[in-house]
Design a protein around this ligand. Structure first.
Ligand code: GDP
Length: 214
């Protein structure tokens, strides 16, 4: 489904899903701590500072959801949030931070690989891309991982309020062209801003359809 063609009913389904209570369930630092697969999962990944916490908060209509888990080390964990007993939102640790040591990168890789390997309940991973920065080297690495795992994912632009509308449309078009033919990547790139709320109802609607198996 193209977000331009979303019906009022689809937008309403998205609003309803994300109006439900969203609560932190568990932070998994190791494969063994991952919850037993059950309800559908929607993952969120991106470079540190891409605006992931802000986007999660905007989706859930909260001010500090993504920081509820603000215990030391939480940023190295996969944080699971239960959305009204219907889905888990899974906040993956940010990657590509400038001062990350080899050990950090190795740990990140092994946890993420463990999670992505055959996690049937992970219905879609939103790969967040800063609209001004575009797809960088660390993003390409995770895309390779997702393609290899045949994990369904979708590019979601963040901070689009920092660019003129025309420039955002160009980034969307370029990425959609580049994405065509990559099997696991959803063809539509969604443009969002946690700051203005642009694209948030559309992203909610797309994710509601994913959760309900659409
Ligand atoms: P995270 O590290 O990916 O979780 O990123 P954060 O959500 O903490 O955001 C990083 C920085 O970007 C913060 O200073 C936010 O205020 C800013 N930011 C996040 N989303 C937006 C947005 O939609 N628009 C603008 N202008 N700034 C944003």
């Amino acid at each position: 489904m193209n977000s331009q063609q979303l019906t009022a009913a689809a937008l309403e389904a998205g609003r309803k899903l994300f109006a439900q209570e969203c609560r932190f369930v568990i932070g998994a630092a190791k494969e063994a701590q991952l919850p037993t697969p059950g309800q559908p999962e929607i993952g969120f990944a991106g470079r540190s500072n891409v605006g992931k916490s802000s986007l999660l908060n905007a989706l859930a209509g909260r001010k500090s959801l993504a920081r509820v888990s603000g215990t030391p080390g939480a940023t190295r964990q996969l944080n699971f949030f239960d959305l009204g007993g219907r889905a888990y939102l899974v906040d993956l640790p940010g990657y590509g931070f400038a001062r990350a040591g080899k050990q950090d990168i190795a740990e990140w890789n092994s946890l993420i690989r463990a999670y992505l390997r055959g996690r049937a309940s992970l219905r879609r991973l939103c790969l967040l891309i800063d609209a001004r920065r575009g797809v960088g080297e660390p993003d390409r690495k995770i895309r390779a991982l997702l393609d290899e795992a045949a994990q369904s994912y979708q590019l979601v632009l963040t901070k689009t309020d920092k660019l003129p509308e025309k420039a955002v449309a160009e980034v969307v078009e370029t990425l959609q062209r580049e994405t065509a033919g990559r099997g696991a990547c959803h063809p539509e790139v969604l443009a969002t801003s946690a700051e203005t709320g642009a694209g948030i109802p559309e992203l909610r609607a797309v994710l509601a359809a994913v959760v309900s198996g659409g």
